[in-house]
Design a protein around this ligand. Structure first.
Ligand code: HEM
Length: 447
């Protein structure tokens, strides 16, 4: 995308159905994934709509999505689009940090999710899965929406903050985290600082969490030399260009930001993967066969053995095509943009929809059909569950490793069946992160 030239440029086409003052808010809130697909089919590559006063341009198709994802923060700012996260992550953290500090913080966050740390995380996750299934017995029925939220909370606190925290403080953490999540409801995107009980609870939770994490940081600084293998260790060791370390506030912010990026995305995907494994019998039989060939009764699931499980990977990738947890990615336009002769003015929001992109029939024929063997699209930026460009998901490898560890352990031991009629297992569009509508009940039985 280039900066606007002096020649007059066209403006993006406007989506029909705008209402006075609220614009398209009502239709957007009712089912934003479907609304975004309507925008694209009505207006094409660039479609402008009104989100309660905020003009927003949806960019669709691989070329426009590539331009969106590759344009740097100075022109298309995430910070300006995600200001609601500031009181949750903390003052001076990520989207509230000056650009050089934000870059350094993101690098430290990425370092905590690097390959070298993954071995320890995979051991932690496999152990958590074993503890989780230990009292399942031979058969039963569970709401897996709840189950995966709990399991991934345990794996996340364990990998992020270490074993002691996981064992002693997960319950308090769960409550604090819940209050932080409530502080990110839609209203927070209008003004996250208004007088509201949910925002007071958010601020209290944020302060308490910093107290808890500050306590561990102090302990660890006094015991330097001990290896913990968790993400907190990397956050504490990380430095800015001048050699200074992150403050307790900044470290707490990175913990919260990593939790927000990874928790619901992982639990929603795990729930959808299990649901699809239960209903796509033909393909799940292939996956089971593959897992049986890789692991016998007594073999341990290790980091090395998790590296290549191609059929399971393709299955999860197809789950992520149909049910991408982050449907809508947003940026605020800082400088006027000329996109192929159309002007997108500074001050507007631009957005891309992974959900819509994954249903583009040019790249995914018969898009609603679950088919892990469908050919990959011959163009980049059509399949974008993890985004792309400079801010592509930092937890991509972690997320895939965790999903493989879960299903490599579950599938050879149990078979799963839907409890309710097939058509009741639907995407739930009421939250920012996509998940199956609850409850998501499945029956399991030992093989
Ligand atoms: C299936 C699971 C996941 C999906 C589908 C997913 C998807 C995404 C997407 C689409 C983005 C880009 C957002 C944007 O461009 O605005 C992103 C960013 C990010 N994700 Fe994930 N994510 C997943 C799991 C995780 C996990 C488990 C972690 C951490 C443990 C994580 C950490 C991050 C971080 C730190 C970023 C921001 C990167 C940056 O700003 O440079 N994600 N994720």
């Amino acid at each position: 995308m280039s900066q606007s030239a002096t020649a007059p440029l066209a403006l993006p086409s406007k989506v029909s159905g705008e209402k006075p003052s609220i614009g398209h808010m009502e239709e957007f809130s009712a089912n934003f994934a479907r609304f975004l697909m309507r925008c694209n089919s009505e207006c094409g590559e660039l479609a402008e709509f009104n989100m309660g006063g905020q003009q927003t341009v949806l960019m669709s198709g691989p070329e426009a999505q590539e331009a969106f994802l590759k344009t740097l923060d100075q022109k298309l700012s995430r910070a300006a689009a995600y200001q609601a996260t500031v009181p949750v992550f903390g003052k001076g953290v990520i989207f509230d940090a000056p650009p050089d500090k934000m870059k350094a913080q993101l690098k430290i966050q990425v370092d905590a999710l690097r390959y070298q740390k993954m071995k320890n995380y995979s051991t932690v996750i496999s152990q958590e899965v074993e503890d989780w299934v230990a009292d399942w017995g031979d058969e039963g029925e569970l709401d897996f929406l709840d189950e995966f939220l709990r399991l991934t909370l345990h794996t996340a606190t364990h990998c992020l903050l270490g074993k002691d925290f996981r064992d002693q403080m997960t319950e308090e953490f769960r409550e604090l985290y819940h209050d932080l999540e409530k502080g990110l409801q839609a209203i927070a995107f209008v003004d996250p600082y208004m007088q509201q009980p949910i925002f007071e609870a958010r601020d209290k939770a944020r302060a308490r969490l910093q107290e808890l994490i500050g306590g561990i940081i102090a302990e660890r600084r006094a015991n330097s030399g001990v290896v913990y293998g968790d993400a907190l260790e990397t956050f504490i060791a990380g430095t800015y260009a001048d050699g200074s370390h992150l403050t307790d506030n900044e470290i707490t912010g990175l913990v919260i930001a990593t939790m927000f990026a990874g928790h619901h995305t992982s639990s929603g995907t795990a729930t959808w993967t299990l649901t699809e494994l239960a209903r796509q019998k033909e393909y799940s039989a292939d996956v089971l066969q593959e897992l049986r060939a890789l692991y016998n009764e007594d073999s341990e699931i290790t980091f090395e053995s998790l590296r290549e499980i191609p059929r399971l990977e393709r299955f999860i990738e197809e789950v992520l095509r149909l049910h991408p947890p982050l449907i809508l990615l947003m940026r605020r336009v800082i400088e006027d943009i000329d996109y192929k002769g159309t002007l997108i003015e500074a001050g507007k929001t631009v957005a891309i929809s992974t959900y819509g992109s994954h249903r583009n029939t040019d790249y995914f024929p018969d898009p609603e059909r679950f088919n892990p063997n469908r050919p990959e699209p011959d163009t980049l930026f059509a399949y974008i569950p993890f985004g792309g460009g400079p801010h592509k998901c930092a937890g991509n490898a972690f997320a895939m490793m965790q999903l493989k560890a879960i299903f490599a352990a579950l599938l050879p031991r149990y078979e799963f069946e839907l409890v309710d009629p097939d058509e009741t297992y639907q995407d739930d569009f009421s939250a920012i992160v996509l998940k199956p509508s609850g409850p998501c009940r499945l029956r399991y039985k030992k093989r």
